[in-house]
Write a protein that binds this ligand. Structure first.
Ligand SMILES: Cc1cc2nc3c(=O)[nH]c(=O)nc-3n(C[C@H](O)[C@H](O)[C@H](O)COP(=O)(O)OP(=O)(O)OC[C@H]3O[C@@H](n4cnc5c(N)ncnc54)[C@H](O)[C@@H]3O)c2cc1C
Ligand code: SF4
Ligand code: SF4
Length: 554
């Protein structure tokens, strides 16, 4: 296929908070540099950024694929954009009240103090989708080329040096050709900020062995609904975190409820994908959570209006890969920088993007885009608060995964007292696909709990929720999801009861006649199946840009 080639200095693959912040910081630094030269404050050459810096985003628009809680620690945003409020940053509320509850099956207990890592007073509550849309407008004003609805689908190398990417081909014709072939974007540097379990990032890490000697990347799945209420018992800015129900032996995680306006609340669960349960279904757990009297009293007169799901990396400190190589840098969630103890990754994503930008700025000034220059990003990150914070929470995820209150609660207490240590040395983790047990081992003679009865008000079906996420894909393309081997699925159906048919939060996988059918159009790009199929039998490729969820308030 004939493809047009375009030359860039920097291509940012992925338009989330990490890469947009990076592009904004880089262009702000360049603008200041050019102004200083113009005003005679500095000697040197001006840097031309026109058509040289691009951000590619696979969502139909910037923000379409971004979902979070979200409570943002604002300090780093003030560092990036000190006048963010004047610039219209879409803040829903500042956290005014916060509390932590432990839920039993029907009851609740207020935890008498809020642990310091969950202290959110003064932090911003916002919609990540709206926030990303706003950041993109600032990048656009800074002359960054924004390519929305465009996926970077392939990395190009010269030896081990990354030299560019290819964008997606669009609209498959009956003759097997595409109406619009993708472009080849050559670039001095490709910055991978694809978010959790990024597809290109994973391929680069594998090819260049960037994870050698690191702990495996492990993940949680966050599922979230927004409710419109007649009257909201929560104050705007009220922030509640819960432990306990519906989590139990074999399933760990936590819940969150945020008051985002006079009539809206956010309800969500974050569940560890290390669960051994072959019938692990976070969407079902969210429905059970909402039936708990503590949550039900909040949403009982409400209607669900928005839904979404996304994995987030929780391996933290031990699982951060090498973040640079010749021609490439990795930022944000793609670099496993989420602080899972604080349940936050937007601030680390922004900061990592800014540090990458500072190194790129130096490269623009000196003309040195070599691997040695890019490596300075890694050094800067290691010397920043990101590393010291992640070090403090290095044993948090495996401690919680061992079960709250026992023994996880004791391990957490020990960590708080010692700045992150575990009593018998650092806790080990395993890849999520390998932790799933078969039906016989996990359930014995028991049966999985049935789905709560759906009424599409309090208990919402997966398909209704998919509708509320706005997800769709152009059907004129090959499925972006491929099963490697049908025989493996047959064995899995008999021993594991096809976990993909339940863990997928969008009902993409369906079992019929002992065969798995893939409804790829429903896919919300959460990336769970890529890491949780016990046989690693699923290949998740990037679909055409523009498909997937259409988040607006998530
Ligand atoms: C339910 C949930 C609750 C959370 N709560 C909080 C919270 O309260 N506070 C907090 O700070 N953090 C929270 N987080 C984590 C936070 O959302 C992430 O850490 C943050 O979004 C990471 O930013 P990022 O830019 O690295 O990735 P993302 O926000 O995931 O952005 C990556 C972007 O890259 C795009 N992309 C991916 N691959 C390609 C490609 N090949 N080509 C083109 N585009 C591509 C994606 O579509 C996406 O828009 C939460 C996460 C979840 C899921
Ligand atoms: S795709 Fe994976 S999880 Fe689904 S049935 Fe096949 S082997 Fe099992
Ligand atoms: S198919 Fe995979 S990536 Fe898509 S929604 Fe389901 S689990 Fe998530």
């Amino acid at each position: 296929m004939e493809r047009e080639t375009i030359e860039f200095d920097v291509v940012f693959a992925g338009g989330g908070p990490a890469n947009l912040s990076s592009a904004i910081h880089l262009t702000n630094l360049i603008r200041k540099h050019n102004e200083d030269i113009e005003n005679g404050k500095q000697h040197g050459k001006k840097i031309d950024i026109e058509d040289n810096i691009a951000v590619l985003e696979k969502g139909a628009y910037f923000g379409a694929h971004n979902i979070s809680g979200a409570v943002l620690i604002p300090d780093v945003l003030s560092e990036l954009l000190p006048d963010h409020k004047e610039l219209g940053c879409p803040i829903d509320a500042e956290v005014s009240t916060e509390s932590v509850y432990f839920l039993t099956r029907k009851g609740n207990m207020k935890v008498p103090f809020t642990p310091s890592f969950l202290n959110n007073r003064g932090n911003y509550i916002l919609s990540l989708s709206k926030f990303v849309g706003w950041l993109s407008k600032i990048a656009e004003k800074n002359n960054v080329m924004l390519l929305e609805g465009t996926a970077a689908v392939e990395i190009f190398y010269e030896g081990d040096r990354v030299i560019g990417v290819r964008t997606d081909d669009k609209r498959l014709k009956e003759n097997g050709e595409y109406e619009t072939p993708g472009y080849i974007l050559n670039s001095k540097v490709v910055v991978l900020g694809e978010g959790s379990n990024g597809t290109l990032c994973k391929s680069v890490i594998e090819k260049l062995h960037l994870d050698k000697g690191r702990a495996p990347s492990i993940y949680e799945l966050g599922v979230k609904e927004i409710y419109e209420l007649k009257s909201n018992p929560l104050r705007k800015g009220e922030c509640i975190h819960t432990l306990g129900y519906p989590f139990r032996k074999g399933l760990s995680g936590g819940g969150f409820i945020y008051g985002i306006s006079e009539t809206r609340v956010v309800i969500g669960l974050i569940a560890h994908l290390s669960s051994g349960d072959p019938q692990f279904d976070p969407h079902k757990e969210l429905q059970k959570y909402k039936q708990h009297p503590f949550i039900f009293r909040i949403i009982k007169d409400g209607t669900p209006t928005h839904y979404g799901a996304r994995t987030l990396p929780c391996g933290g400190y031990f699982s951060i890969p090498k973040l640079t190589s010749d021609g490439v840098m990795i930022t944000g969630d793609a670099a496993n920088l989420v602080d899972s103890q604080k349940l936050k990754g937007i601030h680390t994503a922004i900061k990592s993007g800014m540090l990458a930008a500072e190194v790129l700025f130096e490269a623009f000034k000196t003309g040195d885009f070599s691997a040695t220059q890019l490596e300075k990003y890694e050094e800067k990150l290691k010397n920043s608060w990101i590393y010291s914070d992640l070090r403090k929470s290095r044993n948090f995820t495996p401690a919680v995964a061992r079960g709250i209150p026992f023994p996880g609660g004791l391990l957490l207490g020990f960590q708080i007292l010692t700045g992150g240590a575990a009593p018998t040395g650092d806790l080990q983790t395993k890849p999520d696909y390998s932790t799933t047990e078969d039906m016989k081992h996990f359930y014995g003679k028991r049966l999985p709990e049935p789905l709560p009865k759906e009424d599409d008000k309090i208990t919402v079906s997966k398909l209704t929720d998919v509708y509320l996420s706005g997800t769709k894909h152009d059907e004129k393309q090959q499925s972006h999801i491929r099963l490697k081997n049908d025989d493996v699925c047959k064995k899995c159906v008999s021993d594991y009861k096809a976990p993909c048919t339940v863990f997928c939060p969008a009902s993409v996988y369906e079992l019929g006649d002992n065969k798995i059918k893939v409804n790829f159009s429903n896919c919300m790009h959460c990336k769970t199946c890529d890491v949780k199929c016990p046989f690693q039998n699923i290949v998740w490729n990037l679909p055409e840009g523009g498909g997937g969820p259409r988040y607006s308030l998530q």
